[in-house]
Design a protein around this ligand. Structure first.
Ligand code: BES
Ligand code: MN
Ligand code: MN
Length: 462
């Protein structure tokens, strides 16, 4: 691979400008008010893939938002890399906490990104990281150095559970046939400690509804005499963890894979400062399951968290009322071997069983997905490690992440191929939060590293 540094140098302004144009479109998949913007983004991705050298690009309709598919097949004897990414973004709220509007990208320096970071919803998750692949392809095609075949599959529903992508993959196994899947939608340890994500957690997401009396009641006239759904719900939720922060749902841990002492000591070698961690979050202590470190708690251990809770009166001033209903949204992050549908069922049975008399409980499953771990002796991993060694001058550290990309397990099941997660974001990039950003350095580093993956993978494949 020759000339990536000089190509980057002479195109770096344009690479930023193009990404900024994409970031201006509010492709919020969760909110139907943005439907046209999501569709417009798919169109923009199509045009960019064509310009970057794909021979054939199409917008594939689904029952939801379309999937943009592109390919450049140069020789059927050569390996094929399938690049996956997503063009949809999370809702930006709460808006008042953004220092600049979420869809008016600006470049500002930060402590970890002194050379500047692009502030916008989707900058890191995942438009910025997905677009690195488009620009890496542009470099390889325009300098006649594409060493293998490539397919792109960029979806618009990752942030809402990828339901239609699952259907698309099952119906298009031949079209999507590949030798390895490459994704940049995760992070790395730090700019001078490159890492490759080797695991993702699974997910079960549910909504619960507790109903007490058939209408809202005066809290003086009825208070103390009927079950208050909010009191009941919070008590039920509190009982889901014991004093060691262990989850109390019977059977929840049955399939959890316990790592060996050796695997745990390998993990503990990754550089990590608990002091910096606490400082960055402004907390005086960490919290979690007894017997595990912070890095274990957020990667190899399953969790249960309330993501939102509501009911009753939350407006200005005070209203004395016992609400008829209370609600919560609860997510469980799972580890490999835990089956998300089974866990959803266990949750439902348990939650219904702990409801006291006087209320009705409804558990509504939302979406979910299985966890994933990838071996480090595959040629895909080896190729990625060599690519990082070339551009960072250091061997990357394998690291399991706490986040989820549920479609990855389905790719393995349906397409029988391994996924390599080459993420270039930092934990501090604030994905899903106000002021999401992506380091300009990280963006260029990704564009620089990706072509080497292509070269090394093609070499090792022979
Ligand atoms: N890109 C993230 C997942 C991620 C981020 C994994 C950083 C590892 C490191 C993805 O877009 C995401 O947000 N996934 C959701 C799940 C999805 C079903 C909504 C998540 O993890 O909450
Ligand atoms: Mn993402
Ligand atoms: Mn996300």
């Amino acid at each position: 691979m020759k000339g990536i540094s000089s190509y980057l140098e002479s195109n770096k302004e344009r690479f930023l400008d193009e990404l900024i144009e994409l970031l201006k479109i509010p492709s919020i998949s969760a909110d139907s008010a943005y439907k046209n913007d999501v569709l417009k983004t798919a169109e923009a991705i199509k045009q960019n893939l064509e310009k970057a050298g794909c021979d054939h690009v199409e917008i594939c309709p689904t029952d939801g938002y379309p999937i943009v598919y592109g390919e450049k097949i140069i020789d059927s004897n050569l390996p094929t890399i399938l690049v996956y990414g997503h063009y949809d973004v999370q809702p930006p709220d709460p808006l008042d906490l953004w220092t600049s509007p979420p869809f008016e990208p600006v470049i500002k320096p930060t402590e970890l990104h002194p050379e500047g970071a692009i502030f916008a919803r989707g900058a890191c998750d995942d438009k910025g990281q997905m677009y690195m692949h488009v620009k890496a392809l542009e470099f390889m095609t325009s300098t006649n150095q594409l060493p293998c075949n490539v397919k792109f599959m960029i979806e618009g529903e990752e942030e809402v559970g990828s339901k239609n992508l699952g259907v698309f993959v099952k119906n298009n196994r031949e079209k999507l046939k590949n030798d390895v899947i490459l994704i940049s939608d995760t992070g790395m340890i730090s700019k001078d400690v490159p890492s490759i994500t080797t695991g993702l957690r699974g997910l079960s997401y549910v909504e619960v509804e507790v109903t007490g009396p058939n209408r809202d009641l005066h809290s003086g006239l009825y208070g103390g005499a009927v079950a208050n759904p909010i009191n009941v719900l919070t008590k039920m939720i509190a009982s889901l963890h014991d004093e060691n922060n262990h989850i109390t749902i019977p059977g929840f841990y049955d399939k959890v894979e316990e790592l060996s002492a050796d695997e745990r000591s390998q993990m503990a070698k990754a550089p990590f400062s608990i002091e910096n961690y606490k400082k960055a979050l402004d907390i005086d202590d960490v919290y979690g399951e007894k017997g595990y470190t912070t890095n274990e708690r957020n990667s190899i251990r399953p969790t249960l968290d309330v993501n939102g809770i509501w009911g009753g009166y939350t407006g200005e001033g005070a209203k004395t009322v016992i609400a008829s209903k209370a609600y919560a949204k609860i997510s469980m992050r799972l580890v490999p071997h835990q089956d998300w549908e089974e866990i959803t069922e266990l949750f439902k049975n348990h939650f219904e069983s702990i409801a006291p008399k006087g209320v009705k409980v409804l558990v509504k499953p939302h979406h979910g997905g299985q966890g994933y771990v990838t071996p480090i002796d595959s040629i895909g991993y080896q190729a990625a490690a060599k690519a990082y060694e070339t551009t960072f001058g250091k061997t990357p550290i394998p690291q399991r992440s706490g986040g989820s990309i549920p479609i990855v397990a389905l790719f393995e099941q349906e397409l029988k191929s391994k996924t390599i997660l080459m993420g270039f974001g930092l934990d501090s990039d604030a994905i899903h939060s106000p002021n999401e950003h992506f380091g300009v350095w990280n963006y260029y580093k990704g564009i620089e590293t990706i072509p080497y993956f292509y070269t090394f993978f093609t070499e090792l494949y022979k």
